[in-house]
Design a protein around this ligand. Structure first.
Ligand SMILES: Nc1ncnc2c1ncn2[C@@H]1O[C@H](COP(=O)(O)OP(=O)(O)OP(=O)(O)O)[C@@H](O)[C@H]1O
Ligand SMILES: [Mg+2]
Length: 240
């Protein structure tokens, strides 16, 4: 993957496991966000971007010429670092995606909103104020709302780029519990700078450095018995 002349990712070869949480770690600028954005073609919006190779999702390359980008992003949703709800009601934030994809039935939309808010562990806090502005929620609640919004279009994969970095410890712990629940239904890929968080929430961990995926394996192995010296140096805090 290139930004113009600059190669940002080199020969990354990885299989993300279904219904597992995979954490991507590595020092700033190593390509974590670049990689995660490749996975639902978010890099398309950057003009100078060029990707080579294959990204297979359910056996088909998401970059193939006739791929439906809207469908790719529906099936592979994304949650960003800073909570970014729309300036609309809580209800409308969650119903937005399904509406865009053609759902008009109010009862069906109500059900989707309820399920998505329950799945994102927000329902009990907002069920009595669904039509209030989403901007009135706390940061942690807004981030769970963004997760509800991602879930509402029934994705198979949820990408999260440092979803807790703008949150306090209590909200962070709620999101971590939530990630644990989410993997029953979804495949989660999360970028995090927080080693403890990676160790707590993920089943698999990939360590990246200078655009390369240096090591990938079960989280326990990566943290307790890294095979690569670079991985060991990073997780023990010797650089980065
Ligand atoms: N839009 C862009 N245009 C050009 N180069 C970019 C762009 N986005 C990222 N890069 C470059 O690609 C490399 C990887 O950046 P990326 O944002 O993927 O790193 P990261 O691992 O997510 O870092 P951080 O932990 O700081 O978020 C960096 O050298 C960066 O400068
Ligand atoms: Mg990043």
């Amino acid at each position: 993957m290139w930004y113009g002349e600059n190669q940002a990712l080199f020969d990354v070869n990885v299989k993300f496991q279904k219904n597992k949480v995979t954490a991507l770690i590595g020092p700033s600028g190593c390509g974590k966000s670049t990689l995660i954005r490749c996975l639902n073609r978010m890099n398309d919006i950057i003009d100078v971007c060029r990707v080579e190779g294959e990204i297979l999702f359910n056996g088909r390359d998401i970059n193939r010429k006739d791929a439906d980008v809207v469908l790719v992003r529906k099936k592979i949703g994304m949650v960003f670092q800073k909570p970014n709800p729309f300036p609309k009601s809580i209800y409308e934030n969650v119903a937005y995606g399904p509406k865009i994809h053609g759902e008009r039935n109010k009862k069906v939309l109500d059900k989707i909103v309820e399920k998505s808010l329950k799945d994102s562990a927000l329902w009990s806090e907002v069920s009595d104020r669904l039509h209030d502005s989403a901007l009135g929620l706390s940061g942690g609640q807004q981030q769970r709302l963004c997760i509800a919004r991602a879930i509402a279009v029934e994705p198979e994969v949820i990408l999260m780029d440092e979803p807790c970095s703008a949150l306090d410890p209590i909200s962070t712990s709620k999101i971590e519990d939530l990630i644990n629940e989410l993997k029953k239904e979804y495949t989660v890929i999360i970028v995090t700078h927080n080693m403890q968080q990676a160790a707590r929430v993920s089943d698999y961990t990939g360590f990246m450095y200078l655009g390369k995926l240096i090591e990938f394996g079960k989280t326990k192995q990566i943290f307790e018995n890294p095979h690569d010296k670079l991985t060991e140096n990073y997780i023990t805090g010797r650089f980065g």
